[in-house]
Design a protein. Structure first.
Length: 186
């Protein structure tokens, strides 16, 4: 098979996955991203790239953030250490946790500034999702009940197993205030 035909089939497969996802609500996309992210090539008869399993990813926070209007923005990084290429699609699940691993407050809301798209990571490659952490002083103390979080519980897109990312910060212990927000992986 020549390179042009291979590239055309790959583009068609990616387009089919994207078109199939359009009418589906965002919450359903997150739940089905693992199955939708595998790219099949009919001519080759094999799966060339599958969803990145949590066990094959190193998840970490670049703490060199930028602040705006009471929120600090950080790069939540996903590095593929699985030994082969894999894919991520959509939003990671993120929440603050105590030292005991208990969730603090509400999980991160989804910031839809960017349209999700399938990202292929070669072994050793890194992709980013922007994470916003609002200052807890923006919320009434009775509604937030600020505490110090030990870190973040992060579910890579389409996965049900989390990674814990150590990072102490001020978090709301009560559900309700949206003090965390996350963008899609890019």
């Amino acid at each position: 098979m020549n390179l042009r035909a291979f590239a055309s089939r790959r583009i068609l497969a990616a387009g089919a996955v994207a078109c199939a996802a359009v009418p589906v609500p965002a919450t359903a996309l997150a739940a089905s991203a693992a199955s939708a992210s595998a790219v099949h090539h009919a001519a080759a008869g094999r799966v060339t790239t599958s969803a990145c399993p949590t066990s094959g990813l190193d998840v970490w926070l670049d703490t060199q953030g930028n602040g705006a209007a009471g929120t600090n923005y950080y790069r939540l990084e996903f590095t593929n250490l699985s030994g082969s290429s894999c894919t991520l699609y959509g939003f990671p699940g993120v929440s603050a946790v105590s030292l005991a691993g208990t969730q603090l407050g509400s999980a991160a809301s989804r910031n839809h500034s960017f349209t999700p798209h399938l990202v292929t990571l070669a072994n050793g490659a890194t992709v980013t999702a922007i994470l916003g952490i609002a200052q807890t002083t923006l919320f009434p103390a009775a509604q937030c009940q600020p505490v110090t979080a030990a870190g973040l519980r992060v579910y890579p897109p389409g996965q049900t197993a989390p990674k814990i990312v150590p990072y102490p910060f001020s978090a709301c212990s009560k559900s309700g205030p949206a003090y965390l927000s996350v963008m899609t992986v890019r």
